[in-house]
Design a protein around this ligand. Structure first.
Ligand code: AMP
Length: 520
């Protein structure tokens, strides 16, 4: 079994259902998509001369062509290397060189950056823009028959977002992505033929992975005209189309529900089926606000490039929890293991911990990557005894719901006690005047580390004393921030993840915008 089958099957069963949609306009049904992917597969193998297993990079903005390029690769027995379109030319060069890509697809907008990246490396890949006539000619070639592919062949080389250090290439096989697809359809968001998925988040990451379950079910892929996240455009699209799902980072959900077009609407988003959020913590206060505005149309995934979108899930029904302590804990959690995944929480020597105790989250199952590309040391550190060591800290409850704390490297150790920044962040975010917050540890001669909170205020009238009082009411004294730094924005990477390393550097360099001290 391999990914190419999914498109062939969808075209056979539902050839006339829309497959690629730009805004409101259907640009291909499933028959046409399968035909174009097979033509491009032919072009890649016989015109460009790629051999099975070659890597094909895709460094472009969201575009309907993304879908046909991925499936062309899989039909031709090649591996795709999606590259975040917002990266710097130097970062793109690193990925092109490290992956050894033979070809890179780009678009008119990014062609110059990609050209610069390719020019900086010794074995430059061939560059093809989907906006050029050459691309149209490749797609129009005779269809290639499906190349022989084993489930263990590389399908997608997924470069991690690299919040610390160089990105690593997680090797995702056909079997990995099929496991992700099955889990998605069962645990995260069931999809029917004719449904839609809307790609407002980058197709090089989570949103792009969701191309696969939607092709599998002959659902249409909507690419907004803006190619990204524009709340007003999304509101219009959720009115035009029906049964639409969308993957969004928690920061996008926050912005979306507070945008006047959503916040002030009487009939919010009639076409929205599910917003699937994940990739970073979504705080309880944000989940509650999103549920109040959208109703039970939210699903959460917890995954990482190494087990893409597939470790645990909190489905739509699981968002309907009683408003008591246990219910709130469930809602704050990342849900139970997805059905093909075995999740455990282990101590420092890798032994499973009892219910309720916090340790490193590990996962095993068919969605877990084959290893890191050309990095056996990192592979050996991360995959041990058949388990993926995620680097995330968490605790399981008696029913297997996983509450995530933090990345292990973000845990603060102050006076010998572990402090999980997320716990402090959850409390601070409950203050109505706090828009965003990130808590880190700062080196301290007496305590080892002390807690520092970077706060983005939502309007005026907030000070350190008020936040300190809130913490005193809700968490142990030793967990309270010793210092608040009020900032206009938090540093984030291209996927919207807060860069705690950048905050640490900022503190170490003594950059201190509008500092505040707790009163006591
Ligand atoms: P990436 O490999 O770039 O997708 O990043 C994966 C990391 O994002 C995980 O290891 C977690 O630290 C974080 N993450 C992913 N999903 C969630 C979630 N639902 N809640 C909290 N953190 C998450």
């Amino acid at each position: 079994m391999h990914l190419g089958n999914l498109l062939t099957r969808a075209a056979n069963l539902h050839g006339d259902l829309p497959a690629l949609i730009r805004g409101d306009v259907v640009v291909a049904d499933h028959t046409a998509l399968a035909r174009r992917a097979a033509g491009l597969a032919h072009g890649l193998r016989h015109h460009l001369g790629l051999i099975p297993g070659s890597r094909v990079a895709v460094a472009m903005s969201n575009d309907p062509a993304y879908v046909e390029i991925l499936f062309a690769c899989w039909r031709a027995g090649l591996a795709a290397v999606p590259v975040n379109a917002k990266l710097h030319a130097r970062e793109i060069a690193y990925i092109l060189e490290h992956s050894g890509a033979a070809v890179v697809f780009t678009d008119g907008k990014l062609a110059a950056t990609v050209g610069m990246a390719a020019g900086a490396i010794t074995s430059a890949p061939r560059i093809l823009s989907v906006d050029d006539a050459d691309y149209a000619r490749l797609v129009a070639r005779d269809p290639l028959a499906q190349a022989p592919v084993s489930p263990h062949d590389l399908a997608w080389l997924f470069y991690t977002s690299g919040t610390t250090g160089r990105p690593k290439g997680a090797m995702l096989t056909h079997a990995n992505l099929l496991a992700m697809t099955a889990c998605h359809l069962i645990d995260v968001d069931p999809v029917l033929p004719g449904d839609r998925v809307l790609h407002a988040a980058p197709m090089s990451h989570g949103s792009g992975l969701y191309i696969i379950p939607h092709v599998a079910q002959a659902a249409g892929q909507i690419i907004p005209e803006s190619r990204g996240f524009e709340p007003e455009e999304l509101v219009r699209l959720f009115d035009r189309h029906r049964r639409v799902s969308m993957f969004a980072a928690p920061t996008m959900v926050h912005r979306f529900i507070h945008h006047p077009a959503v916040a002030d609407s009487d009939d919010p988003l009639p076409g929205l089926k599910t917003i699937i959020y994940g990739g970073a913590p979504m705080y309880l206060a944000d989940k509650t606000a999103a549920l109040a505005r959208l109703g039970p149309r939210l699903a959460q995934i917890y995954g990482q490039g190494e087990s893409p979108m597939t470790i645990t899930a909190l489905g739509r029904d699981a968002h309907l929890q009683p408003d008591d302590e246990a219910g709130r804990a469930r809602l704050a959690s990342a849900g139970p293991a997805q059905w093909l995944v075995d999740v455990s929480v282990v101590d420092e020597s890798g032994r499973p911990l009892p219910v309720g105790e916090t340790g490193e989250v590990t996962a095993a199952g068919p969605s877990v990557m084959a290893g890191y590309w050309r990095d056996p040391d990192a592979t050996a550190r991360t995959l041990r005894d058949g388990r993926l060591f995620t680097g995330d800290m968490g605790a399981l409850d008696a029913q297997g719901y996983l509450t995530l704390k933090d990345r292990s490297k973000d845990v603060i150790i102050s006076g010998g006690s572990n402090i999980y920044p997320r716990e402090v962040e959850e409390v601070l975010l409950d203050h109505p005047a706090v828009a965003e917050v990130s808590v880190i540890g700062a080196a301290d001669a007496d305590w080892g580390e002390v807690v520092v909170a970077f706060v983005v205020a939502d309007g005026e009238g907030i000070d350190a004393a008020a936040l300190d009082r809130l913490c005193l009411d809700r968490i142990a004294r030793f967990k309270r921030p010793k210092r608040y730094v009020f900032v206009d924005a938090l540093p984030k990477n291209n996927y919207g993840k807060v860069l705690k390393t950048a905050l640490r550097t900022r503190l170490a360099e003594g950059v201190d915008e509008r500092p505040g001290q707790p009163s006591a």
